[in-house]
Design a protein around this ligand. Structure first.
Ligand code: IMP
Ligand code: MG
Length: 180
């Protein structure tokens, strides 16, 4: 499947992403004003570019940690089964935590991670997703902040991959398969 020819059409420019992140960072700063430390938890691997840009817009004391969940593999299909491949390094009990996701699609990944992190009794747990595909939702979940709502298209770039490629595109593009 991944060797089918495709083109990438720009959907959200690097400039629009940067502007949106500035606005989101202001909301997050307000929500966590006065925090001793905000633990920003990125979901690997797709959130690595987003988290890098987001934390640099946050004028708060920040710690960065990561969780990795099992993913699509190289297919474009989601899985209801979510496994933790890499857990947090730090303790979050009594702490302020922000979970950063690249895309909320079916919502199973975020639902699973939130259940796990909530069981560790953080003081406050909030979530942000760069992209949201509400039409694909299966789990009853919504991120507290969303960068952009998008239609049911397979997207890449700005950290997000198709078969581990295209993460380094500075913009979000949609994958369109071409005739072969
Ligand atoms: P969910 O568990 O179905 O919400 O899927 C979440 C994960 O699937 C995201 O964190 C992405 O890694 C991946 N994913 C969902 N939609 C896309 C897409 O359009 N392109 C690439 N990865 C995607
Ligand atoms: Mg992901």
């Amino acid at each position: 499947m991944s060797d089918k020819p495709y083109v990438i059409e720009q959907m959200i420019s690097a400039k629009s992403i940067a502007a949106r992140i500035e606005a989101l960072a202001e909301d997050i700063r307000a929500e966590f004003a006065g925090t001793e430390k905000l633990i920003v938890v990125g979901l690997l691997r797709g959130s690595f570019v987003f988290i890098a840009d987001l934390v640099r817009e946050l004028p708060l004391p920040v710690e960065v940690d990561f969780v990795e969940t099992s993913s699509y593999g190289n297919a474009m299909q989601s899985s209801r089964e979510v496994r933790i491949l890499k857990d947090l390094r730090g303790n979050i009990e009594g702490r302020d935590v922000l979970v950063v996701e690249d895309i909320v699609d079916t919502g199973h990944t975020l639902a699973h991670v939130l259940t796990l992190l909530n069981s560790r009794k953080p003081r406050k747990l909030r979530t942000i997703a760069l992209l949201d595909k509400p039409s694909r939702r299966e789990a009853d979940i919504k991120a507290d902040w969303i960068g952009f709502e998008i239609p049911d298209e397979f997207v890449v770039g700005y950290g997000i991959d198709y078969a581990q490629r295209n993460r380094n595109l500075p913009y979000i593009g949609k994958v369109r398969f071409t005739e072969s």
